[in-house]
Design a protein around this ligand. Sequence first.
Ligand code: ADP
Length: 171
Amino acid sequence: MRRVVCPGSFDPVTNGHIDIIRRVARQNEEVIVAVLVNVNKKGLFTADEKLDMLREATKEFDNVTVAKFDGLLVDFCRANDVSAIVRSLRSVSDFDYELQIAQMNYQLAGVDTLFLTANPKYSFLSSSLVREIAQYNGDVSALVPPYVEERLRVKYAELAARRVGRRRGLR
Ligand code: ADP
């Protein structure tokens, strides 16, 4: 059984991620999309919110499951009998970072990393840009699925309401 993992932050999942997941699912028997729970970096969405959106995004693919992990990716690979990590490259700047991590994972546990080049249609797209646009009520409808767009709207409305509440509390 060839089982691979697509790890990432997915904060939130974008059309670029979904394009990669679709292509990886075509090439492999089983794919785990794994959300890194990073205790040192608070994301916009919680791990469970990210998982919810990823479940929706991947429900059309029979051989894709979603999971979260903390700690080392190579430990997740060992525990889940994963044969390779799949990452994607959008630009040369991605490559520098990815090469270092891939070599470290190979050194740590002999786990290979395979790379797919991003679809040029999405090579400009990142979760951080989506967050920035959505924060200022920009149109992200071409960048993320509709349910992610809605979650972004709700999340930023909640954060704005909380900020107003805090300001009122100070008066
Ligand atoms: P990380 O913080 O680990 O890079 P991301 O959620 O940003 O997590 O990315 C997860 C994976 O998805 C990475 O391999 C990344 O290169 C890939 N990816 C992110 N955005 C895109 C995109 N627009 N097109 C293709 N691949 C992408």
